[in-house]
Design a protein around this ligand. Structure first.
Ligand SMILES: NC(=O)c1ccc[n+]([C@@H]2O[C@H](COP(=O)([O-])OP(=O)(O)OC[C@H]3O[C@@H](n4cnc5c(N)ncnc54)[C@H](O)[C@@H]3O)[C@@H](O)[C@H]2O)c1
Length: 266
């Protein structure tokens, strides 16, 4: 029997993104901030994109002392041409920015549906489009799309969000097929509810839509389908994103890394 130490790849080196540029959208808050810090800790030069300038400044301050750097890039992703331009020259692209509105379909404002689809599906398409020429040119690239358990399952009252995330799953798989001959991988990460402002902001809406008091929303709505009865931390999602950017994940593409506490095991 071969000694374990003789097996190649057994001792996985730490993620090293020194010399790499990474673009993270929605980097001013929640999961995006955790991803930006994780990739900067691995040595990347992170282009941190968000419409929230104050949040980006706070992030840049937090990133001081890390091996890499964080450069704030204030941008509203509904400006699709600017989004595509911002992605030029990046080695790693993390499509993370998102927003949520909880309403029954018959009351869902069409303009909000349009904005959700623009930010969460069309902007990722344009960012990938902008990033690919450089990635293909050098024969290496990593695309990570922050999807959701709602990329794989629906919940009532989230028509725009569920539609956008299901679309993102398809976009990610298509990018994986096209990118494979060029050394570019594309994957989704699919968390259930994460402890972020996006979740905190929907507690009131969820209470109203489900007709229950706000204090019952966490246990009875958000964690109802999760076997693990807690929210995930943004750093846990960032660790999955980092794994998909590393050398051990070079064969992992076109997939969805589900971190849902057992939700979809039902
Ligand atoms: N929080 C969760 O429970 C959860 C679960 C699964 C998936 N996700 C996904 O993770 C991603 C991040 O969510 P989060 O919970 O960290 O949310 P968040 O609200 O904390 O952060 C989202 C960020 O996106 C930015 N953003 C929104 N619209 C933008 C626009 N038009 N232009 C530029 N920036 C914009 C916001 O300013 C914010 O900083 C989203 O795609 C979300 O769908 C979140």
């Amino acid at each position: 029997m071969t000694a374990p130490s003789a097996l190649p790849g057994l001792h996985a080196p730490a993620l090293d993104l020194g010399g790499r540029t990474a673009l993270v959208t929605g980097a001013a808050g929640g999961i995006g901030r955790a991803c930006a810090l994780r990739l900067a800790a691995a040595g990347a030069k992170v282009r941190a994109v968000d419409r929230d300038a104050t949040g980006l400044d706070a992030l840049a301050e937090q990133a001081q002392g890390l091996a890499g750097t964080v450069e704030p890039h204030v941008l509203d992703l509904t400006d699709l041409d600017a989004a595509e331009q911002a992605a030029a020259g990046t080695d790693v692209l993390v499509n993370n920015a998102g927003l949520q509105l909880v309403r029954p379909i018959e009351e869902f404002p069409p303009d909000v549906f349009h904005t959700v689809l623009t930010v969460m599906l069309e902007a990722p398409f344009r960012l990938i489009r902008g990033a690919l020429p450089h990635m293909y040119g050098q024969g290496w690239g990593r695309i990570v799309n922050v999807s959701s358990v709602h990329g794989l399952r629906a919940s009532a009252f989230k028509s725009a969000y569920v539609a956008a995330k299901h679309g993102l799953e398809g976009l990610s798989k298509t990018a994986a097929l096209e990118g494979a001959p060029h050394g570019v991988t594309s994957n989704c990460v699919n968390p259930a509810y994460v402890r972020t402002p996006l979740v905190e902001k929907q507690l009131t809406d969820q209470a109203q839509a489900h007709g229950i008091p706000e204090e019952r929303v966490l246990a009875e709505v958000l964690l109802q389908d999760s076997a693990v009865k807690r929210l995930i931390e943004p750093t846990e999602v960032a660790a999955a994103v980092a794994y998909l950017c590393g050398p051990q994940a070079a064969f992992v593409t076109g997939t969805s890394l589900v971190m849902d506490g057992g939700w979809t095991a039902h």
